[in-house]
Design a protein around this ligand. Structure first.
Ligand SMILES: Cc1cc2nc3c(=O)[nH]c(=O)nc-3n(C[C@H](O)[C@H](O)[C@H](O)COP(=O)(O)OP(=O)(O)OC[C@H]3O[C@@H](n4cnc5c(N)ncnc54)[C@H](O)[C@@H]3O)c2cc1C
Length: 396
């Protein structure tokens, strides 16, 4: 009889783990907290060769993966080109990657609205408990349940995400709604604006339903902006006065918070980016947190993707890292003969790789700070500009 794995979390990390384990001969069930399918999230994802290889090797393929950008360009506050370099890369979206992976888990094996509450290891198996009171027995549980993972909370209770001191604002603008000038200058490239004290990157991605036709695509806008504890408190407080603990659902972001963001954008950002923000669907922010475990698997419990370790978005490594975790997990576990030995090998391989990405992304994030915005307000004089352009969204 095939060994059975339970995967907590049906996002990209969970789907990759499910697909890789199924190919290794496991019987796999995915339990996702959300009660509706996760499709439709539009934010951009950069691709790396390892992600493309992983998609091919689990059988997802890379059909219509994304938009090809050819160069990286840094802009100044006036919207002029400060520096440009040839840098071909495919940029895709969370939704595209999710839709390629989702069909690899058969109906009846992907369970929506099921929240993992904890687990007990019995020696011969692991019993996973759900918030609805139900239980499932398996040979392995994989926590792919994101950076606030319940599985990690039990497996490594001492590890807690810490706030990094800044948030990332994200927005998507329809290509057709941008002025001709912005479509010609900013839209086609992987763009940067890097004055001291803040940073923007942006690139084109497919339109709704993965529409890659020119005119129908969208611009993915990413703005890193410092926010001290007091400011974050205010930003995470909704209109009813409730202070959300870690992140706030986008529709609950108060209009005052959006208005303040727009005011800061007008004061600091190049005009093309202000225009991109103006025509965007409702922008939303995510506070940046750090955490990284020292053990990714032991006994009958494994962690994968953001549940194990986050690499801040500067490296664009989150999805690729989750894919590499999944492939390594399946390779070390084989058909499930000796789960504990397999997980020891998995952890020994993936902890150093995860920590490397985690540390490098922290370093890239630190470049936002350093000197006050006033020292380099127009983005021309950043001494690290070349390095930022060469290393952002690049795998290590
Ligand atoms: C601004 C920003 C930009 C980014 N850009 C990139 C990029 O360019 N490239 C890139 O590779 N990555 C990027 N990332 C990171 C990327 O989104 C994640 O790293 C990646 O999706 C892997 O996530 P995951 O599947 O491990 O976790 P998640 O996507 O967080 O999924 C966890 C899943 O588990 C479910 N869940 C949670 N708790 C439970 C529970 N108790 N029981 C059952 N289910 C549960 C959740 O509902 C969710 O579906 C970016 C992130 C941010 C914030």
């Amino acid at each position: 009889m095939a060994a059975r794995a339970i995967i907590g979390g049906g996002s990209i990390g969970g789907l990759f783990a499910a697909a890789a384990l199924r190919r290794a001969g496991w019987e796999v069930d995915v339990f996702e907290r959300a009660s509706a399918e996760l499709s439709g999230r539009g934010a951009g994802i950069v691709t790396h060769p390892a992600l493309v290889e992983a998609l091919e090797s689990v059988g997802a393929g890379t059909h219509d993966l994304g938009v090809a950008v050819e160069e990286r360009v840094a802009f100044d506050r006036q919207g002029g080109r400060v520096r440009a370099m040839e840098f071909p890369q495919i940029v895709t979206s969370w939704d595209r990657v999710h839709r390629l992976l989702r069909p690899l888990v058969p109906e009846g094996r992907y369970h929506l609205g099921r929240v993992i509450a904890g687990y007990e290891e019995t020696g011969g198996s692991v019993i996973v408990r759900f918030e609805d009171g139900s239980r499932e027995e398996a040979d392995l549980v994989v926590g792919a349940d994101g950076f606030r993972s319940a599985v990690r909370g039990q497996f490594q209770p001492a590890v807690a995400p810490t706030y990094a001191g800044y948030v990332v604002w994200r927005a998507l603008a329809a290509e057709a709604e941008l002025s001709e000038e912005v479509r010609a200058s900013v839209f086609p490239a992987f763009g940067f604006f890097a004055p001291a004290g803040t940073q923007i990157i942006g690139y084109p991605i497919a339109g709704p339903e993965n529409d890659l036709r020119p005119g129908n695509r969208r611009y993915n806008f990413v703005w890193y902006s410092p926010a001290d504890a007091g400011k974050l408190d205010a930003m995470l407080t909704d209109a009813t006065g409730h202070r959300h603990r870690v992140t706030i659902p986008p529709p609950l972001i108060r209009n005052e918070v959006l208005a303040q963001m727009r005011e800061e954008a007008e004061a600091w950002l190049p005009l093309p980016f202000v225009e991109i923000l103006e025509v965007s669907e409702r922008p939303f922010f995510t506070p940046i947190y750090d955490h990284c475990v020292e053990v990714m698997g032991a006994g009958r419990v494994a962690l994968a993707g953001d549940a194990a370790c986050v690499a801040r978005p500067h490296m664009g490594m989150g999805v690729t890292k989750a894919a590499c975790d999944a492939l390594a997990l399946a390779r070390h576990l084989g058909d499930g003969g000796d789960v504990a030995a397999g997980l020891a090998g998995y952890s020994a391989e993936r902890v150093p790789a995860s920590r490397l990405a985690h540390e490098r992304a922290r370093e890239l994030g630190s470049y936002i700070f350093g000197s006050p915005r006033e020292t380099n307000p127009d983005g021309r004089a950043n001494p690290r500009l070349e390095e930022i352009m060469r290393t952002t969204a690049v795998a290590i």
